[in-house]
Design a protein around this ligand. Structure first.
Ligand code: ADP
Length: 429
């Protein structure tokens, strides 16, 4: 709009001048017309109307180019604003000329026009900027900032850009590495946990094997006792490795889930036949209650694995109780459109402070108790992963000295279930 007005004014003024000149002096008029013609790349003596047309076209092109440049400039700012990494552009004198939306989350409010020292609180980042200013070279470092009272980690870079002798800019770019740092920490913790878990049975095996080698092996009873320890410790290592592999496969999505309608009562029957002999040996009364049909959309084998872990825990931990009733009841029922699998025990219960960590890998409330029953600390992690893959929700309630109840809430299977492939894709298979 503004440009169109300017163009019209220029044209009007040019022709007003030309007109007055024409009136005053024809020769002067011709001279000026030639000058205009030459300035737009035409020859002297070009007819006035032609010069006028060329001049108008040139101004129109100019207007178009200015509009395009302005649009391009706005696009670049929109792009910078939509980049999720914080970006701050600073002049050589330390004044901030631009900060994208992400940068506004990590700086003090009111950025443009203020000095970088006033908006960034991090000493290391400012030092990085100073160094880039001094050396004229790209600077990078790991920095940590507190954002919304939480520590966040960034891979920070300050990139100097020189446009000409007088004008230069420093681009501060921060790449958020918090997630990678957290994953790294988890990985390190995991490796340390696994090493620790494996070292304990290995030390035991090694110790007893060494004792046997040094012995004359005449005491058969002692030899048998030592071999028993070696056997049970190696079985524990095998269990641990199997659980680890299972969990890894489940979490990475490598385990194929064969989704189909599954009758939960059949899952429970299968688990009962596995756990009942153990419950009998441990002196725990085990009851299973289920009236068909209780159908869910799931993978039969994985559901058996999940229910087995829960019932097995209930039986094992209840068996560690010194006295009182030792009973486990597993039920499956329908409630508010959901199929609920429930396992209730009269075991030792789980203290309140331990409850929020229960599903963490390797977490055990009582290490000695878990070891006694052959636990690996991975059972509930496996249970949780299988439940999640079935879109099921798992809850529990527990009171020390009274017992624990775990519940898994499944969507009830309906005839019009998504096709196998669609569902598997949805579940990340
Ligand atoms: P573990 O292999 O040690 O049993 P889990 O992951 O299955 O590992 O369980 C984690 C911890 O939760 C157990 O070590 C135990 O302390 C506690 N726990 C699980 N189920 C029960 C239960 N039914 N009663 C009491 N404690 C339980």
């Amino acid at each position: 709009m503004v440009i169109a007005t300017i163009v019209s004014i220029i044209l009007a003024v040019t022709f007003a001048i030309l007109y007055s000149l024409a009136r005053r002096n024809e020769r002067t008029y011709a001279k000026y017309l030639d000058k205009i013609a030459l300035s737009i790349g035409e020859e002297a003596g070009t007819p006035p109307l032609y010069v006028y047309e060329r001049l108008r076209k040139k101004l129109e092109e100019l207007e178009k180019r200015i509009t395009e440049t302005e649009r391009e400039r706005r696009n670049i700012f929109t792009i910078l604003n939509n980049i999720t990494d914080p970006i701050i552009i600073v002049r050589g004198d330390g004044v901030v000329t631009f900060a994208n939306i992400a940068a506004r989350d990590i700086t003090r409010p009111g950025i443009e026009g203020r000095r970088v020292y006033d908006i960034i609180e991090n000493y290391h980042l400012l030092e990085l900027f100073e160094r880039a200013l001094e050396t004229g070279e790209i600077q990078s470092a790991d920095v940590s900032l507190v954002v919304d009272a939480e520590p966040r980690y960034y891979d920070a870079k300050v990139v100097p850009i020189k446009f000409d002798e007088e004008s230069e800019r420093y681009i501060i770019v921060l790449h958020d590495t918090t997630k990678e740092k957290q994953l790294d920490k988890l990985r390190r913790e995991f490796i340390s946990n696994v090493s620790h878990e494996l070292r304990t049975p290995l030390t035991s095996i090694h110790g007893y094997a060494e004792a046997l080698l040094e012995d004359d092996l005449s005491n058969k009873e002692l030899v048998r006792k030592f071999l028993n320890v070696i056997e049970s410790e190696s079985a524990r290592m095998t269990r641990l490795i199997n659980d680890l592999l299972d969990l890894e496969k489940l979490e990475s999505g490598d385990t194929k889930f064969n989704f189909a309608p599954v009758e939960m009562c059949q899952v429970m029957d299968r688990v009962y036949s596995i756990v009942e002999p153990l419950a009998h040996d441990y002196g725990v009364e085990l009851d299973m209650e289920c009236d068909e049909p209780k159908v869910v959309w799931g993978d039969f084998d994985r559901l058996v694995q999940m229910v087995l872990n829960l019932v097995d825990n209930a039986v094992k931990y209840t068996s560690t109780k010194e006295s009182g009733e030792k009973r486990v009841i597993a039920r499956c029922y329908e409630k508010e459109g959901k199929i609920v699998f429930e396992v209730k025990d009269t075991g030792p219960g789980i203290p309140e402070d331990a409850q929020k960590r229960l599903f963490e890998r390797f977490y055990r409330v009582d290490k000695a108790r878990s070891r006694k029953v052959g636990g690996t600390g991975l059972g509930l992690s496996i249970v949780k992963t299988i439940a999640e893959r079935h879109n099921a929700i798992i809850t529990f309630e527990s009171k020390v000295g009274e017992g624990t109840t775990f519940r898994v809430f499944f969507d009830k299977y309906r005839e019009k279930q998504p096709s196998k492939t669609t569902s598997e894709q949805k579940l990340g298979n």
